[in-house]
Structure formats: structure tokens, C-alpha cells
Design a protein around this ligand. Structure first.
Ligand code: S3P
Length: 426
């Protein structure tokens, strides 16, 4: 699998702030991660790239230079939200913009905490382009996340590097913790753990400002969210067996695999090891004669604290759910409506076009199962994860499926179709 997208963004940004030269192995070759490198270069960071390996010449915590132009984050929410945290702590003005999808996504969620820390941000209706009037004298804050979002948490922690004192983020639901792990790996003292308060799941992450970061060599594991499409295909297509090596096995990212196991699919994780502070392992999948959910009549429920930990896999999980006894119901997933597209609407429309019985809710959907899908034309709304989820639906469907905007897979996984083609026997 290509390098993990979330970890790649963090490795590049944090290495840029370190003192000295960091080497990064298996950096994601996606357009999202290229946008992060492009922005860092505009901020005066020298980056040498050989295929998927990078050499980043860190400039130190105060070494970024004012960019001459607005920086284009393309389709990448992670680039925009994480970089905003870093830019809030700079003594210069900078502007971040993006494509039509990114400029329609909510940014108030980062503007509010960054302004509480002392930066000023101008935006129209809480959306990009964002002009950030930074300050190298930010105030440390204690902040409770109102939305379960690793991007918002990371934005605040990165701004916290530039603040006097300790910045604490409290999350009521667990979200991916790659920023905390990467900061720790680069020598920043970071506190993480259970927050002593309600609800039961509440966790905190705290960082001390004005830290110095030490350059490190980072090896990035394969992207588990990209692997998920292949895992689902191998689980659903009769006679399949597949092994994926050295893929990320971070506990905050593997719920998709765990839920497939709950559903009775034959998915095994082995050879877990840790490199650059991130667990990785191998995954083996074999298809079963019939997915075994016994005689369940009610849908398999995915809701609550599970949602943030498989947020990117939900459209795919719904496709899998259409093949199991009782079908699947997703709740508490309103955030899906403000991803690269409205992923609830896109998934509902796509599955209906393929003949499934689907009910739409404000915060999710329910699809009846099992059903034999039929090929259709799918409007992917320029969203890479919708293209890939419906490619797997297409493989298990009768007849031919045509997916619009399929090129946008490059946002996270440029070689998706080549790899799929080589993995599927006809
Ligand atoms: C990401 C966090 C998630 C996820 C996105 C990547 C990250 O977004 O959907 O693809 O790298 O932190 P939110 O934090 O907005 O939920």
C-alpha cells in the first residue's frame, strides 16, 4: 500500500519545524500529501524528493518564512487545518486556499480555538480562503473539542508548540492520534491519556509550548484506509485470498478490520511491530462461502464512539453491509456530510442506483441486506473515497458500472485502479 496519508502529512510538517535534516521513507504519493509539501516549500522549507522518499531540511520552530502568495491546499482538509495551527504561531500573514470542495468545508472549528490563542483569521462564512494573522506569542489554552475531529485536535496541538505554557485538548470520543505520536517521536514532551471526567471515553492530549524538535528519520507504514478497499474486495469476492504487508495498525484506525471480524469475515492481523512510534502489521483476508451473520433480522449497528475511528471507511462499510444478513445502519455520522462531498447523500444515491433499499437519516443511513447489486452509473461527486467504495460495489454487482470523476482517486491513492486490476482475476 502507499504510505499512510494522515501520517505523511504530520511527518512532513513536523520535520519542517525540527532542527536538522529528517529522512522520510514511503511518503504518500497522493495529491493531498503533495499539497502539504508544496505549502511547506512556499514557507521556505527545502525538500528533496526521490520517488516516495523525502529529505526535509528542518528550519526550526521559528524558521518559517512568509510566503509570497496564497498557498493552495487543493482538496486536502488535513493540509489546511493542520497547517493553520502552525501558521497561527508565526509572526507573519499568510493565506490558505483550496479547490471548490475544500473552500466549501467548515473551518470555524479551527478558527475559534486559534483566535482564542491570540491569532486572527479572516474567512468568509467560516470557509476558506483563510487569511491568518499569526503571532509568535500565542496563549496556551484548555480546549474541549465540540466535534470529534483529529484535524481540529492536531491544529490546536501544533499551535500549542508556539504558545507559552501548556495547551490541552480534551476529546470526548477517541480520534486518530498520529500527531501526538509524531510529536513525541520528534522529542516534544506530550502528555496523553484518559481525562478524569465524563464521558467515560474522554481523553486529553497536552503539549508544552516553545519546545525544540529534534530531526528524526521516519518510516511511514502502508495506508490502512487505502488497504480497506482491497480487504473488502477479498472478503466479498468468492475464492479470494489476499495478504497485505506492512500496513498501519494504529489502534485508532483499525476498527474497520475489527468490525469485519465481528461480522464473521476471515480477516487476520499478524506480525505487529512498531516503527517511528506507529504500529504496523500484515493483514490476511480470505473470502468465505457465505458471510456468516447467522439469521439476524436487525441491521448491524455502527454508531457513537466507533464513528470517528472509521470515518473514512464508512461508505465502504455500507457497501459491505449491503451483503450481510440484516444489512447495516450507521448513526451519529453527521460529519460525513462535510467531507470532500456529502458522503451520506452520495452513498445513498449510489446504492439506490444499484438496486439497494436504503433509508437516509440526517446523521446516517440504513441499507437492507443481503442484496444482489446491479451495475449502474454512479455520480462520485469528485470524492476519492466514493469512487473507491463504489468500485468495490461494482466488482460484486451484476453487469457493468460506470463511475464519474474516477480520476480523483489520486487525492489519496493514485495507483488504485492499476493495483485493483492486477489483484482481481477475471
Ligand atoms: C484526518 C482526520 C479525519 C479524516 C481525514 C484525515 C486526519 O478528518 O476524515 O481523512 O488526518 O487527521 P476529521 O478530523 O475532520 O474527522
Amino acid at each position: 500500500m502507499p504510505g499512510d496519508k494522515s501520517i505523511s502529512h504530520r511527518a512532513a510538517m513536523i520535520a519542517a519545524l525540527a532542527n536538522g535534516v529528517s529522512r522520510i521513507k514511503n511518503y504518500a504519493n497522493s495529491t493531498d500529501c503533495a499539497a502539504t509539501l508544496w505549502c511547506l516549500q512556499q514557507l521556505g522549507v527545502r525538500i528533496d524528493q526521490t520517488e516516495n522518499d523525502l529529505v526535509i531540511h528542518g528550519v526550526g520552530i521559528d524558521g518559517l518564512r512568509a510566503p509570497t502568495d496564497a498557498m493552495d491546499c487543493g482538496n486536502s482538509g488535513t493540509t489546511m487545518r493542520l497547517l493553520s495551527g502552525i501558521l497561527a504561531g508565526q509572526n507573519f500573514v499568510s493565506t490558505l486556499t483550496g479547490d471548490e470542495s475544500l473552500c466549501s468545508r467548515p473551518m470555524q472549528r479551527i478558527i475559534e480555538p486559534l483566535e482564542a490563542m491570540g491569532a486572527q483569521i479572516s474567512a468568509k462564512d467560516g470557509r476558506a480562503p483563510l487569511t491568518i494573522y499569526g503571532s509568535s506569542d500565542l496563549k496556551a489554552i484548555d480546549y474541549e473539542l465540540l466535534i470529534a475531529s483529529a484535524q481540529v485536535k492536531s491544529c490546536i496541538l501544533l499551535a500549542g508548540l508556539h504558545a507559552g505554557g501548556k495547551t490541552t485538548v480534551i476529546e470526548n470520543e477517541v480520534t486518530r492520534d498520529h500527531t501526538e505520536r509524531m510529536l513525541d517521536f520528534f522529542g516534544v514532551s506530550i502528555e496523553t491519556g484518559k481525562a478524569e471526567r465524563e464521558p467515560e471515553n474522554a481523553r486529553l492530549a497536552a503539549v508544552r509550548g516553545r519546545a525544540q524538535l529534534r530531526a528524526r528519520d521516519v518510516s511511514i507504514p502502508g495506508d490502512i484506509s487505502s488497504a480497506a478497499y482491497f480487504i473488502a474486495a477479498a472478503a466479498l469476492l468468492r475464492g479470494s485470498s489476499l495478504e497485505i504487508n506492512e500496513v498501519g495498525a494504529n489502534p485508532t484506525r483499525i476498527i474497520f478490520v475489527e468490525r469485519l471480524r465481528t461480522l464473521g469475515f476471515d480477516v487476520l492481523t499478524t506480525n505487529i511491530s512498531e516503527e517511528s512510534n506507529e504500529p504496523r502489521g500484515d493483514i490476511r483476508v480470505s473470502s468465505l462461502e457465505a458471510p456468516s451473520r447467522g439469521h439476524y433480522k436487525s441491521p448491524f449497528m455502527i454508531q457513537g464512539s466507533q464513528i470517528p475511528q472509521l470515518i473514512d471507511e464508512l461508505p465502504l462499510l455500507v457497501v459491505v453491509g449491503s451483503q450481510i444478513q440484516g444489512g447495516i445502519e450507521i448513526r451519529d455520522a453527521k460529519e460525513l456530510r462535510v467531507k470532500e462531498s456529502d458522503r451520506i447523500a452520495a452513498t445513498v444515491a449510489g446504492l439506490r442506483a444499484m438496486g439497494a433499499k436504503v433509508e437516509e437519516f440526517v446523521d446516517g443511513l440504513r441499507v437492507a441486506g443481503p442484496i444482489r447489486l446491479t451495475g449502474a452509473t454512479i455520480d462520485a461527486r469528485g470524492d476519492h473515497r466514493i469512487v473507491m467504495a463504489f468500485s468495490i460495489a461494482a466488482l460484486i454487482a451484476d453487469g457493468e458500472t460506470e463511475i464519474t470523476d474516477a480520476d480523483c482517486v489520486g487525492v489519496s491513492f493514485p495507483e488504485f485502479f492499476d493495483l485493483l486490476d492486477s489483484a482481481v482475476e477475471r
